[in-house]
Design a protein around this ligand. Structure first.
Ligand code: AMP
Ligand code: MG
Length: 344
């Protein structure tokens, strides 16, 4: 199959492919998604094939606004509408009870479905033109870092999907925040582009699922099935170093071996001049760190490094999502430069 390159002006062509049961990689504000008609089980199965994604890992439905929630979800609580009013379009996925019209292929057989409205003109134009909800997981090969440019998508998906719509680099860079609204209090299943503090402002109490902060063991079943898989992982093993930035940099400087590579804040790059370095952005600029984190993880696969050391921001704001992606890439191999080993 030849993968077509489409521009953002070609949303009608993208929508036509989707309506015919094809696959189109789409830009969103978070990361690129691999889209299909979410109501067409055969089309959705093609997403799993292209990504090599485990069948039990459900997909998120992308809709144009909260007015579509009742079509696909049951017992939608008032809180869902409050959250949509506050944060949609935006990087928040809500987990709600699903209606039977949503196929098992999309939900991985769960009785719930994840829905979100992306903050991206081109993605919204495609959904409107297709007039169906678009099921779209991240457009990477399963297990690899997510894609934040059309070039990343082609690296993983060229020849496996019908088209890629090139919307340039993603504005947020990490995936959506996932909030389960079928439980009380609402539960954070994945930190993402919408900070936890913002959710707390609207919801009050938010529980944090344990799959967010530790590696799930064999036989454990986190509420977001995707959280149990090794993820985002470059080929070389990753060690994440938390703690105050100056201390984490010094710790890495002391531990790194000659064939190591480093992911660090811009200010500390001069410390690692003799190593392959991926800069995350300034220590104070979490927006830039979020946009850079997947690219930083991807870039080492083209080098011969045998170990990767990563500085990690604190958990405030976007830091929670950035740190989570780094820690998942490290299989939760985390060292705290300020104190105890293994604290996350
Ligand atoms: P991705 O689109 O690649 O970011 O992956 C979607 C994430 O959403 C995965 O971690 C899924 O496990 C999670 N997810 C999707 N639908 C549901 C659902 N109904 N319940 C819980 N988690 C879900
Ligand atoms: Mg993904």
């Amino acid at each position: 199959m030849n993968t077509k390159r489409l521009t953002i002006a070609e949303s009608a062509a993208a929508a036509e492919i989707l309506r015919r049961g094809g696959l189109v990689a789409l830009p969103t504000e978070t990361v690129y998604g691999l889209g299909a008609n979410g109501l067409d089980a055969a089309a959705v199965r093609r997403i799993f094939e292209a990504k090599g994604r485990p069948q039990d890992n459900p997909l998120i439905l992308h809709i144009p606004d909260a007015g579509w929630l009742e079509r696909y979800c049951l017992d939608v609580p008032e809180l869902a509408y409050w959250l949509a009013a506050a944060f949609w379009p935006g990087p928040l996925t809500m987990i709600l009870r699903r209606r039977p019209i949503v196929p098992d292929a999309t939900t991985g057989g769960l009785t719930t479905v994840g829905v979100r409205c992306p903050r991206h003109e081109a993605a919204l134009a495609v959904i409107a033109a297709a007039d169906v909800p678009i099921a779209a997981p991240s457009a990477n090969t399963s297990g690899r870092p997510s894609c934040t440019t059309a070039a990343d998508v082609l690296e993983d998906m060229d020849g496996k999907v019908d088209a890629v719509l090139d919307g340039g680099p993603c504005a947020v860079g990490v995936e959506s925040t996932i909030l389960d609204l079928t439980v009380t209090p609402p539960r954070l299943l994945r930190p993402g582009g919408l900070p936890l503090e913002e959710l707390q402002r609207v919801c009050g109490t938010v529980a944090v699922d344990e799959a967010v902060t530790r590696q799930m063991g064999e036989g454990e079943h986190p509420r977001a099935p995707g959280m149990k898989y090794r993820h985002y992982a470059p080929k070389a093993p990753v060690t994440v170093v938390t703690g105050e930035a100056e201390r984490s940099a010094a710790y890495i400087r002391a531990q790194i071996t000659p064939s190591g590579g480093v992911i660090c804040f811009d200010e500390y790059a001069p410390l690692f001049a003799q190593y392959p370095v991926q800069r995350l952005g300034s220590a104070a600029d979490k927006g830039e760190q979020a946009r850079r984190v997947f690219d930083a993880l991807r870039a080492f696969d083209a080098t011969g490094v045998t170990e990767i050391w990563a500085q990690c921001p604190d958990n405030a704001g976007l830091g929670f999502a950035i740190g989570n992606r780094l820690k998942k890439a490290a299989g939760f191999h985390v060292i705290d430069a300020d104190g105890e080993e293994g604290r996350v």
